[in-house]
Design a binder for this molecule. Structure first.
Ligand code: ADP
Ligand code: MG
Length: 725
């Protein structure tokens, strides 16, 4: 065993130079969406009537009028061929967490002649073989067929490759019996649920001008970049996306010199090329900066309707992977690639907007607007109170378990931050508008205006998993590698449920007491506030006092995935998803199974990599070092002179023995998983037996790394990976 490859890689890294890859200097606004079948392109290529219908569907996400599908397909094909495209693909999101694509060429016979053809059916529906995608038992392989259905909310786009381009058509993926097999289908259903519930509430408030409400999302994306030569020498990063071993770097993030620091040139080259590409693909990427941990960065787009935001985030991740590689860097979107420093998340900024573009979580200027705002706000907070456990489960993965609750991300307790000003408003409403103490402001719904609510950017806010940030909620527990769809399915559906509840209450009060909606709201709001109050917490979410307090308030604190996922099967969860036609009981059960299986598989892969790295890397390195020590000891004349050497030998021998034992124990624990009956028991075994065994082995191996000759250590170290970009 030797460190030769490691040192060679470091030499390569030292010789890297930033690469210039963009010549195009046109303004971003000019290039925006030019790689998509944009509305501009559609207008140019479609007959007037067809364009009007297409635009309606594309902007608001309403179902497509199928009569226009043939002309749209034709126009899209012409546009694609003009751009050098040969193939098209239905681009979809199976429950693997990543995207899937199967390419077809436009090629077709017409009589004896070969032509390019793309018809309405090919645009609207595809039939990939679904047998190898996870379905959680919904679909036996003998009925493997599934189909993909076009979602026009995200414009079709061009994916270039070194030798051409592919036309990508964003689609949903369902089984032939109609069950969802993907992330997008339930998202689309949940969007309909919120829209219907929100429009109904607005109607009761006299807003007959609103016909559709969309959910808007702006996901902030954190990630790491490390040199790919070093990455290639880490089997754990390659197989799991995270390091299963690695002693801490002497310098971590304690100097706080990375956050918002000057961005290194090689990293800038990646960021700018990704942005360039995303602008062409019609994704409004907007901000970039260094994050807290060394080697960690963030980028954020301008918000969009949620299904488009989800698609664009997936395209962004793919762009980062490809482009980073071109700059000899590797993009890591794992939630915790390195122990001991911050992991990566994806802040999901969420709100609701009317078809007129009005943000329903924006505090208004008039009393009537405020009633509306407060009702939408209250419905959202009530939703988190009722379904906090489910919300937590929506971000439950083996990877995210390393991050949540580690003083770098919100804890696993779901609470809502409202901020002092809004809290004060709610307190007064709850008391029925009575003046409170020295604060003279009285709050009477529908009479007073709410004071402008300043954006709260305190540290306490940043520790909250679900924070109101002025005109939207920011859900901060989503993991960096996740498809944002699932969390938004949960948020949308639980908010739809609470909006319905609020509207029912409002209507009942109006009827019983013969009052208008505003007066009825004044009666309903205090009860609502009293109900959801326990979930509101404006303090420091990292403090242990909060964890005790939260337990008293009855809030769930599910620290790991197997525990959190149980919320999926709770009767109130199933009832809610069924009522709002987002998922059937069978679909929920399948998702539960897929998620648990994924947990088990991921931990198993990590354990196997750990065993291999320990046995074939750490152990031989330790033996080589022991051999050197023994030789030195033998050369020394007296026992007294040999004493310090013997000391070192003992330390290394001890670490070596612990490593050997650790490997055996981990292997046994893996074998034990086979004996588990059912996936829940298996997951429990991984959680309680395999993961602790892996941690025990890690302690020994990291000890070796810190003790033995640097020259013998085969794997790139944290101090090397994190600081060389
Ligand atoms: P903050 O400083 O509170 O993080 P920013 O203005 O930087 O807020 O926005 C963070 C993210 O939130 C951006 O992606 C932004 O587009 C998004 N965002 C802003 N308004 C909304 C909204 N109404 N709905 C969804 N996302 C929004
Ligand atoms: Mg933010």
């Amino acid at each position: 065993m030797s460190s030769k490859p490691r040192f060679a890689a470091l030499a390569v890294v030292a010789s890297r130079r930033p690469q210039k890859t963009i010549e195009d200097r046109r303004p971003q606004s000019e290039r925006f969406g030019e790689m998509t079948f944009s509305l501009k392109e559609a207008q140019h290529r479609l007959p007037k009537e067809a364009f009007k219908k297409y635009r309606e569907t594309a902007t608001s996400g309403t179902p497509l009028d199928t009569s226009i599908a043939p002309v749209v397909a034709h126009a899209m094909k012409e546009w694609a061929i003009d751009n050098g495209v040969t193939h098209f693909t239905h681009w979809f999101q199976p429950m693997t967490g990543i995207t899937a694509e199967k390419h077809d060429s436009f090629l077709s016979y017409e009589g004896a002649e070969v032509i390019e053809r793309f018809n309405a059916k090919e645009l609207v529906q595809g039939e990939p073989d679904a047998s190898s995608f996870p379905s959680g038992g919904i679909r036996a392989t003998f009925e493997a067929r599934g189909y993909t259905a076009w979602d026009p909310a995200t414009p079709a786009f061009l994916m270039p490759n070194p030798n051409g381009k592919t036309l990508c058509i964003p689609t949903a993926f369902v089984s032939y019996t109609g069950e969802s097999l993907d992330e997008k289908t339930p998202l689309l259903r949940s969007i309909e649920a919120v829209s219907a519930a929100a429009v109904r509430l607005l109607k009761v408030l006299g807003r007959t001008d609103v016909h559709r409400v969309s959910c808007t999302v702006g996901p902030e994306q954190e990630y790491f970049l490390i040199d790919r030569a070093l990455y290639a020498l880490r089997p754990d990063l390659v197989a799991c996306g995270r390091t299963v071993f690695g002693a801490p770097s002497p310098k971590g993030q304690e100097l706080e010199d990375q956050y918002f620091g000057a961005i290194k040139e090689r990293v800038m080259a990646v960021m700018t090329e990704v942005e360039h590409k995303m602008i062409g693909l019609g994704t409004p990427v907007k901000t970039r900066h260094n994050e807290v941990a060394p080697g960690q960065y963030e980028c954020a787009p301008i918000f969009e309707i949620v299904n488009r935001a989800a698609d664009h985030n997936l395209i962004l991740l793919e762009a980062f992977r490809k482009i980073a590689a071109r700059h000899d860097l590797t993009f890591l979107d794992h939630e915790k690639p390195f122990a001991g420093i911050n992991g990566s998340g994806k802040h999901n900024n969420w709100s609701m907007a009317t078809d007129g573009g009005e943000n329903l979580l924006e505090p208004g200027h008039t009393p009537a607007e405020n009633v509306q705002f407060l009702l939408f706000l209250a419905a959202t907070v009530r939703a988190v109170h009722r379904h906090g456990g489910l919300l937590r489960s929506s971000v439950a993965t083996a990877a995210n378990d390393h991050r949540l609750g580690a003083n770098e991300a919100p804890p696993a307790i779901m609470s809502v931050f409202l901020g002092e000003e809004l809290q004060d408003v709610l307190d007064q409403i709850e008391k029925g508008g009575a003046p409170t103490g020295d604060r003279r402001r009285t709050m009477e719904l529908g009479v007073t205006t709410i004071p402008a609510i300043a954006r709260d950017t305190t540290d306490r806010n940043r520790t909250s998993p679900f924070a109101f940030t002025g005109n939207k909620f920011e859900f901060r527990a989503v993991g960096s590698s996740m498809n944002i769809s699932w969390s938004n399915v949960v948020i949308n559906t639980m908010v739809a449920e609470s909006l319905t509840y609020v509207t029912d209450q409002l209507e009942a009060a109006m009827k019983q007491q013969k009052v208008d909606a505003v007066k009825a709201a004044a009666r309903v709001m205090p009860k609502l506030i009293a109900e959801f109050k326990p979930v509101v917490f404006n303090g420091d979410n990292y403090a242990s006092a909060w964890h005790e307090e939260a337990a008293k308030r009855g809030l769930a604190n599910d620290r790991d995935t197997p525990t959190a996922l149980k919320h999926l099967l709770r009767p109130e969860t199933v009832k809610m998803f069924e009522t709002y036609k987002v998922l059937s009981a069978k679909e929920i059960e399948s998702r539960y199974t897929v998620k648990l299986e994924s947990y088990c598989k991921r931990v198993a892969i990590e354990a196997r990599v750990a065993i291999e790295m320990a046995r074939t890397g750490a152990v031989p390195a330790a033996l080589s070092y022991l051999k050197r020590i023994t030789a030195v000891r033998a050369a020394l004349s007296s026992a007294a002179a040999a004493e310090p050497v013997t000391d070192l030998e003992r330390v290394v021998l001890d670490l070596f023995t612990r490593t050997q034992k650790g490997v055996k124990k981990l292997e046994e624990s893996l074998r034990g998983a086979h004996g588990a009956s059912g996936v829940a028991a298996e997951a429990e075994h991984f959680r309680t037996v395999v993961i602790p065994a892996m941690l025990e082995l890690r302690a020994a191996v990291d000890g070796l790394e810190q003790t033995i000759d640097d020259d013998l250590w085969p794997y790139p170290k944290y101090r090397e990976m994190l600081f060389h970009a």
